[in-house]
Structure formats: C-alpha cells, structure tokens
Ligand binder design. Structure first.
Ligand code: HSE
Length: 438
C-alpha cells in the first residue's frame, strides 16, 4: 500500500470544517481516485477547543500553525487562515520546508502571488488554488487542463456571490442598493464589513488569477481596474431591463493586440445571455477559446462543502503524483511553463473597448437630441439603441438613455465632456459599460 498523503490543515472556519467533513465522509472514494489515502495528520486553529472538537482524538491539534508545520513535517498544508499577514508567513514557511500548499486565499495570491509562485517554483513545490476562484466551480482546472489546446480570447465571470445576490434583489424587488445589502447581511451572504465584496475587490482578486492562467502572465492585481456596485441605482437596472439587458458585476479579462484588459465593473449583459440569468449568490464563468468557442461553468462560488470540494480536488492532484519518484508537480501552477510567463501590459481603462449605456437629463426642446448625437458622432461613436422618458407634467425636462456600439473608452469620455458643455444637458451623465459577450 503506498504511503498516504499527509495533510496538515490550518484554519477551521466554514471551509476548514467542510474539508474535514468531506475528507472523512468520502475517504474511501477519494482513496480509490487518488491511489492512496489523503490523511489529515494535524489541525490548527487559534481556537484550540474548536480544533479538539473536530479532531475527536484522530490527529494532534495546535493553536499555532507554524508549530504544527515544524513538528509534523506534512507533505502538504491547507491554508484556510485568510488575509495577508500570518497566512503569508505560514505559506512561506511551508514552501521553505519543501511542503506544497493548497489555499482558498485569493487575496493573498492576487496581491503576493508573483513572489509566492516564484518561491514555490524554486523550492520544487506547488501551490494549489482551485478553491480561490469561484468556490466549487473547477474553473482553474478547466483553464489549465481542459482548455489547454486553446488560445484563450477572453474570460468573463460573475465571481462574487454577494454582489450577484444584491443585484438580483434590486432587480426582482425594486430595492435600493442599501436595502438589498441589508438583506444580504441578514441572510449571512455579506460580511459584517462587506467592502471587498461590494467594491469589486474580491472579484478583482479572482479575475487577476484567471488572467494569469488564461494568458500566461504573472499575477498583476495592482493593474486591474476595479469598480463596485455601491453607486448603482435601481433606475439604471430598470432602464437596462427595458433595453433587453441585465446589470451584473462582471470580472472580465480579454487579450487584445496591444495588451490585456483586466477589469471589474457593473456591466450590462444581454438578457438572452446565459450569464445574465445567473441569479442569487451563484457564480458562473464564461470562457472563449479559439478552438472550443464559448464554454460556461456554473455553480456555488462559496460555502463550506462547495469550497471544500475544490480544496480536496487539489489534494487529490498531489496524491496522484508519484511520490516515490520525487515528482512534486505535474501541471504548471499558472498553466504555462514558468519560463514562458510574460509580463503582458495591462491596458488602462481608457484604452479598453466596450459598448456604453449613457443616461442624462436634458431640456425638452428642439435640437437637443441632435446636439447629443453630434457629440457622439464627432468621436466616431455609433448609437445602438435609445429610449426617452417623456417629461413629467409641467416640467420641461426629459430623461434620455442611449446605448452605443463598442468604442474605446477614451473617445467616449471625450464625447461626454463635450456633451456636458451643452446648455441643454442638465447633469453629469451616468455611464455604464455594456458587453454583448458574443
Ligand atoms: N465573498 C465571496 C462572495 C465568497 O461573495 O462570492 C468568497 O470569495
């Protein structure tokens, strides 16, 4: 019988508990698939009582994960501590000890991944991070293995369940952002401090990792353009609906001739698109490859057992390696062989190309529309659709909503700056980006 894969688990929150539960419940089938058993040899949590209760005497428990690492010398550590502080120290210590790492910590990898992947490579160990992107959806494996024949053209994802839940509630129940956020908090979707979710940071961590795998570039979170949903009004959700679109917080990365687009922002997606119909706290990722065309991956992006499912998939990959031959990795961590990773330019948002939604208040008088459309036409921007809300009784103002065809954002911003100088335009227009994902 081959030796078991010896796993030490640090961080026994929702996901850590799920990993313990699923590894215990499905031990037999996991062994049949791995060719050897995946054994929890130690548990660590600041709350030692919690660790003791979970272990039930089956393995030693520790309040200090670094002590666990030193004493047990496991084959692999599972890092579910979170954050960039102690978690980083722990991961670096594990790598330094020649130990592979499996983590769900997207923030750590997005911000410090360049160094961490590099260190792991040099140490001949691997960092598995299936659980860091879209929870239970095997999108890392799909990009790294299933789609490996393809030149990836773009990836677009709904990769934050909290914001997707909030947007679904705003649309279905005509709630304001604040009302929908309170609902999300009451139901336990949103954190007490929901900033990372609602401001798009969590989704940006994830799309940064996806871009690295898709295009073979080191992680470059600092270059990502990030906008959240906290300023989104339910009026725009309703107008989008009238025009045949839904507003989603989309993380998108696209290979262009002059660089890579890497951005997260509220986006109008055609209602007929499957991605537009992903509702509630669910996640979905749409990938366009040159050979395969579009493929769509859908599932739970968070939660105890869905995320544990992804953590254990990484453990099984490690267990399947031929330990006796000293093999420590099979598939490169960022999909491309390390010597072929390239520091591709991430394009500033002004150079990105999308369609636009523009809402503005204007005086209801002859020639106003002609002036607005002239401002767009002068920038070479073509109009795709248009709606106007009739003026209220006694008010000489109208609200106009336009959709444009794709254009470079810099040109759109110039056209808007010309528009606001028109005496008939009464406010700074609201703009949102549109992606047909065709
Ligand atoms: N907070 C994330 C979400 C889950 O709402 O999708 C963990 O990344």
């Amino acid at each position: 019988m081959p030796q078991s894969l010896r796993v030490a688990l640090a961080g026994l929150g929702t996901v850590g508990t799920g990993v313990h539960t699923v590894l215990t419940r499905n031990a037999e089938i996991i062994q049949q698939r791995s060719g050897r058993s995946v054994e929890l040899v130690g548990l660590a949590d600041l709350d030692l009582q919690k660790a003791t209760a979970l272990s039930q005497g089956q393995c030693p428990v520790f309040s200090d994960a670094l002590v666990m690492l030193r004493e047990l010398k496991p084959d692999v550590v599972v890092e579910l501590i979170g954050g960039y502080g102690f978690a980083r120290e722990f991961v670096l210590a594990a790598i330094g000890q020649g130990c592979s790492v499996v983590t769900a910590n997207k923030a750590l990898l997005a911000v410090h991944g360049r160094d961490l992947f590099d260190q792991a490579q040099k140490a001949g160990v691997t960092i598995g991070f299936e659980a860091a992107v879209a929870g239970g959806i095997p999108i890392i494996k799909a990009l790294r293995e299933g789609l490996t024949a393809n030149r990836i053209e773009w990836v677009a994802g709904i990769i934050n369940g909290t914001t997707n839940f909030i947007l679904s509630e705003m649309r279905d129940k005509a709630l304001s952002f604040e009302e929908a956020l309170s609902q999300a908090q009451a139901l336990g979707y949103a954190e007490a401090d929901p900033t990372f979710d609602i401001e798009g940071v969590d989704a940006a961590h994830k799309i940064t990792l996806i871009a690295s795998l898709a295009f073979g570039m080191p992680v470059n979170f600092q270059a990502a353009h990030i906008e959240g949903i906290s300023k989104l009004s339910s009026q725009d959700i309703a107008y989008a609906e009238q025009l045949g679109y839904r507003i989603k917080l989309v993380g998108l990365t696209r290979r262009r001739e002059n660089g890579v687009e890497l951005r997260v922002h509220p986006t109008l997606v055609p209602s007929r698109q499957l991605l537009a119909n992903v509702e509630g706290a669910m996640n979905a990722v749409l990938v366009k490859g040159d050979a395969v065309g579009q493929t769509l991956y859908y599932g739970k992006g968070a939660g105890s057992e869905p995320t544990a499912s992804a953590v254990i998939a990484d453990l099984v990959d490690l267990a399947r390696l031929n330990a006796s031959s000293g093999q420590t990795t099979s598939v490169p961590m960022l999909s491309f062989q390390p010597e072929h990773l390239q520091d591709l330019t991430v394009l500033p948002i002004a150079d990105c190309e999308t369609g636009f939604y523009i809402r503005l208040r204007v005086l209801d008088q002859p020639g106003v529309l002609a002036d607005i459309t002239r401002a767009l036409a002068d920038g070479g921007i073509s109009i795709d659709a248009f709606v106007q809300r009739p003026p209220q009784h006694g008010v000489q103002e109208a609200e106009v909503v336009l959709l444009t065809h794709r254009c470079i954002e810099r040109n759109l911003r110039l056209a808007i700056s010309r528009m606001v100088q028109l005496p008939s335009v009464l406010n700074e227009p609201i703009t949102l980006r549109v992606e047909d994902l065709a």
